[in-house]
Write a protein that binds this ligand. Structure first.
Ligand code: CTP
Ligand code: CA
Length: 233
């Protein structure tokens, strides 16, 4: 692109970031969601924007509005997010999946507000699509030599972080996985800081101590560039 990328090292790169918690509706006024604030995904999108990338932010429910200067695609449920992400894969250089995707959704979405009745109520839930895993499958089965994005997943864990993260990396076929211990002080859902261990196929690649989510985002993008073989300077 340019001879000197300078302070826009991601110029010419097309990246997609997912952020927030998906919303899985039960009826017109009720739903299942989670505590994800979207802050980590927003920091990743802002950093990539500031460093010159073309950024698509696929946004579920978040605290506060998404950053300016990025292409925002709304996706409420896991299924909507899956469609938004999968349809854009062929044009992307990198995908970072910071969203907290619900693992289950109500089996039935009632068209009108459910009425109160019996003393107990059992909700049937069904699995949502695993978007990260579908991206991995898409990469494995695409035409040889075809363009495919570098893929980073997140893993929210409360125990045995390394074992769970490595197992997810293998199962989902992503290039890196950024694991955070959501039970730690100063990490995870809603916090302004994060503590992240990044794993690749060979094991721990980078241990990011407690830092502002913006700094975590900067370190992650540098790592992506390095591992994806992007020109940086
Ligand atoms: N993920 C996804 N689609 C899902 C569930 C998770 O794309 N239906 C992605 C998340 O965006 C994240 C990664 O997979 O990047 C890991 O999410 P996590 O919840 O930690 O892993 P799960 O595979 O859902 O396993 P579990 O919740 O049982 O730990
Ligand atoms: Ca999950």
């Amino acid at each position: 692109v340019e001879l000197l990328r300078g302070d826009r090292p991601m110029a010419g790169r097309r990246v997609l970031v997912t952020a927030g918690g998906t919303v899985e509706r039960l009826d017109p006024v009720r739903y299942i969601t989670n505590d994800s604030s979207g802050k980590m995904g927003f920091a990743l999108a802002e950093t990539a924007r500031d460093w010159g990338a073309d950024v698509t932010l696929v946004c579920a429910r978040t605290d506060g509005p998404p950053p300016a200067g990025v292409r925002v695609v709304r996706a409420e449920s896991a299924e909507e997010m899956r469609d938004a992400v999968m349809s854009r894969l062929p044009e992307l250089d990198a995908v970072v999946k910071a969203a907290a995707v619900a693992d289950y959704r109500p089996a039935v979405r009632h068209p009108s507000k459910m009425k109160k009745g019996s003393e107990t109520l059992t909700l049937e839930l069904v699995k949502t699509p695993d978007i990260l895993q579908q991206i991995g499958e898409w990469k494995r089965t695409r035409e040889p030599g075809g363009k495919a994005p570098f893929v980073v997943g997140f893993a929210a864990e409360t125990d045995d972080v390394e074992r769970h993260a490595m197992e997810k990396l293998a199962r989902k076929g992503c290039d890196l996985i950024a694991a955070n211990d959501v039970s730690a002080e100063g990490a995870g859902f809603g916090a302004d800081t994060n503590i992240v261990n990044v794993y690749g196929a060979e094991g721990l690649v980078e241990a990011i101590p407690q830092s502002a989510k913006r700094s975590v985002a900067e370190r992650l993008w540098r790592l992506v560039a390095l591992r994806a073989g992007w020109d940086w300077t």
